[in-house]
Design a protein around this ligand. Structure first.
Ligand code: ADP
Ligand code: MG
Length: 701
């Protein structure tokens, strides 16, 4: 069989046929012979170990035992019958059990003949049994020269039910590989393979399915991971280079008068070094002819807003408009208020547009926007509705981008002849490995320094049983004039059960903190936007001391006097959410606290999350742990990312391989940007083939 034959549709493979082919396509995305070979095992069963019946441990482990079937009987049960075989070795007896397929077994099973039984153990008291074992005549097993490390393939219930069991997948793959006597086309340059001691493609493919040893398996996996990363990186790096050349943007030759005036006369505080550095990076982008695509990362409270605002001033100083989009109405209002205050100082016109903007105001706003009278528009995703037409949008800032879909971002971009410069601000720190892979085509700026004078937030974990002590502590802090948030989990906006928790909690707090000494606000997703804004405003102005809320306050809200964040059922929150919530406090000069309340029962992951929170305030460390716990798919909606649909490599575990592959991809492209040198022809061919099959996530554009 040669490379061309491997493209054959999967139904032509022996033992597959049209019905199973359909299943393989829909369940596992396997269309061709080649796809089957690219379905890599996710684990391996060690079949080098044999057990004796008397030595079995009371676990549900998968084991293999050599023995003989001495008797078979049918046992009636509630529904139908089960078939039970007595299986013996020289040390004892156990039962093999079948709930279906009796006829076939009865006709095929041989008694008093050595078998190898393999499967999961079940225990009834101290009696072991094995339901639906894999049975091989010992003779056959030895002839097959037993795969020592038996591959286990990803599967679904449907596949299992229709007979595409792991054993079947195993046989199919094994037989297919046997036909591939000519081996596989090599897809990595000799030079790179030698340098990093990578095994050949052929050996890697054979060994990843049926390795003879753990070492062989490791080498095979290393090579395949390297290859996978290498081609993803080639794509990302090339797109980056290409994008830089191709996408034109508005050049802003000067910083302009607005910027100069504000910077010299109205800056409310000295910028941190990190803020200045980032601003320089942005300035450089804006001065060039290319469109800026920059991700601005900075932990909560690091001061991204002012950087965004100063960038807006540059756009406006060059005769363009700017907008800022926020994920929630509350946040949009806050940005509007904050930025209006700053913009007023240099005489700029700022307006707010959200879902609740009245028709009349909207009409005026649209007019001013079209005429260019309006300099800055701030709002929610209402900004990207088709009716909203700018005269000349020069800079779009998106705050907390992980809440926006790719399509929404693309819409912003279509508002001009040329795309506006885009800056995405996020407090969700993205671990380096992930950033390298996902944002290979996006420039990243990091504000890695907090404004001076901040005291690190003290975080503690307390059990529900100590609630009264916690409330007492809260009372003491309120007496000192501080304010507090009390947050309840709300996983689903529609989940009434969670609302009941929230309302019960609110009532108990009102009871413990009674009027008129205390004022308690509540904000949640079921409230009307204007009611939410009203309550929020009361809290901002210090008219209420406690804000009971769901995670609607998660992002961006800035109330420096609030110094306590009490999180109820903290075990139900994800790490990045907890970190975001904690970031709501610690914004003023006072010592701030974050209290994580939980029940007594905690899962292992839950414990890890709580420990991480109490041990560190560093958003990057937290993101690393989060990535480990959740895998990259969940993080910031990166499911949309084709890049992350890696077949074998793992962004968390394989960061070092990624770095190697990325380096080699850089070296190759530096020497041969278009991959036209003869020695790179095979890389180019593989690259083109991959591009056809895999659509990379189109970031922003
Ligand atoms: P985030 O990065 O979380 O969006 P903000 O932009 O809301 O942070 O800034 C947090 C707080 O820090 C605000 O009150 C802001 O005015 C203040 N701030 C920002 N930069 C500085 C600075 N260089 N010095 C002092 N305070 C600053
Ligand atoms: Mg912010």
């Amino acid at each position: 069989m040669n490379a061309q034959d491997l493209k054959a549709p999967i139904e032509y493979l022996k033992g597959v046929g049209p019905a199973r082919a359909d299943l393989l396509r829909t369940e596992l995305n396997i269309h061709s012979f080649q796809d089957l070979l690219s379905l890599f095992p996710y684990r391996y069963i060690d079949r080098t170990q044999f057990y004796k019946i008397s030595a079995l441990q009371n676990t549900n482990a998968e084991v293999q035992i050599i023995g003989k079937i001495t008797a078979v009987k049918m046992v009636p049960q509630k529904r139908g019958k089960r078939m039970v075989a007595v299986f013996e070795d020289e040390t004892g007896q156990m039962e093999l059990v079948w709930f279906q397929g009796h006829k076939w077994i009865r006709e095929n099973i041989k008694t008093n003949t050595p078998y190898l039984a393999f499967g999961k153990l079940k225990w009834f008291g101290n009696k072991p049994s094995m339901p639906h074992p894999e049975l091989d005549l010992l003779e056959d097993f030895e002839k097959k020269k037993a795969q020592r490390m038996q591959p286990v393939y990803p599967s679904t219930e449907k596949l299992q039910k229709r007979g595409l069991t792991n054993r079947k997948m195993n046989t199919m793959t094994f037989n297919l590989l046997k036909q591939c006597t000519k081996g596989f086309t090599e897809t990595l340059p000799e030079e790179i393979r030698e340098k990093h001691k990578l095994v050949s493609k052929t050996k890697a493919i054979f060994d990843v399915h049926f390795p003879a040893s753990v070492q062989d398996l490791e080498r095979a996996r290393f090579r395949l991971k390297f290859e996978e990363f290498f081609y993803v990186q080639l794509q990302l790096i090339r797109r980056n280079l290409v994008a830089k050349h191709k996408i034109k943007g508005f050049p802003f030759p000067e910083v302009g008068d607005y910027f100069m005036d504000f910077y010299k006369n109205h800056l409310p505080f000295e910028l941190t070094h990190a803020q200045k550095r980032v601003l320089k990076e942005i300035r450089k982008d804006l001065r060039s002819n290319a469109q800026m695509n920059r991700l601005l990362q900075g932990d909560v409270g690091s001061g991204k807003t002012i950087v965004g605002f100063l960038s807006m001033l540059i756009a406006i100083g060059n005769g363009y408009q700017a907008c800022m989009m926020a994920p929630t109405e509350i946040l949009a209002i806050q940005h509007f208020e904050g930025i209006s205050e700053l913009a007023e100082k240099v005489g700029l016109n700022v307006k707010l547009l959200t879902g609740s903007t009245k028709t009349k105001e909207r009409r005026l706003l649209h007019e001013e926007l079209a005429s260019g009278e309006l300099h800055i528009l701030i709002g929610t995703h209402a900004l990207i509705e088709d009716k909203v037409k700018f005269k000349n949008l020069g800079l779009a800032i998106i705050d907390e981008q992980h809440r926006f879909g790719v399509a929404q971002r693309a819409k912003l971009w279509k508002k001009n002849s040329l795309p506006p410069h885009v800056m995405v601000m996020t407090a969700t720190p993205i671990p380096r490995t992930l950033a390298m892979s996902v944002y290979g085509d996006l420039d990243i700026s990091v504000i890695d320094e907090l404004p001076p004078g901040r005291k690190p937030i003290k975080t503690v974990h307390r059990y529900d049983a100590n609630r009264l002590k916690v409330f007492k502590f809260l009372k003491d802090e309120l007496t000192k004039g501080r304010q507090a948030y009390v947050v309840y989990p709300l996983i689903e906006e529609s989940d009434n059960f969670d609302y009941k928790d929230l309302m019960d909690g609110y009532e108990s707090i009102v009871r413990y903190f009674p009027k008129p000494d205390y004022q308690v606000s509540i904000v949640h997703g079921k409230m009307k936007p204007e009611d939410k804004a009203f309550e929020m405003q009361r809290f901002v102005e210090g008219k209420t001391q406690i804000m009971v809320a769901t995670t609607v306050i998660e992002v961006g809200v800035n109330v420096p006097n609030a110094s306590i964040m009490l999180i109820e059922s903290a075990e139900r929150f994800g790490l990045s959410q907890l970190h975001q919530l904690r970031g709501r406090v610690g914004r003023g000069a006072e010592q701030s606290y974050c209290v994580l309340l939980t029940g007594h029962k905690l899962s292992k992951d839950g414990k890890t999350r709580l420990e991480t929170m109490t041990q560190t305030n560093d958003g990057f460390k937290i993101a690393e742990v989060d990535l480990k716990l959740r895998g990259p798919g969940d993080l910031m909606g990166t499911q949309q990312s084709g890049v992350l649909q890696l077949k074998i490599a793992d962004l968390v575990q394989d960061g070092s391989i990624l770095a190697l592959a990325r380096k080699e991809a850089h070296v190759l492209l530096k020497e041969d940007p278009k991959m036209l040198l003869p020695k790179n022809s095979m890389v180019n061919f593989t690259y083109q083939t991959n591009m056809k099959n895999k659509q990379l996530w189109n970031y922003i554009s």
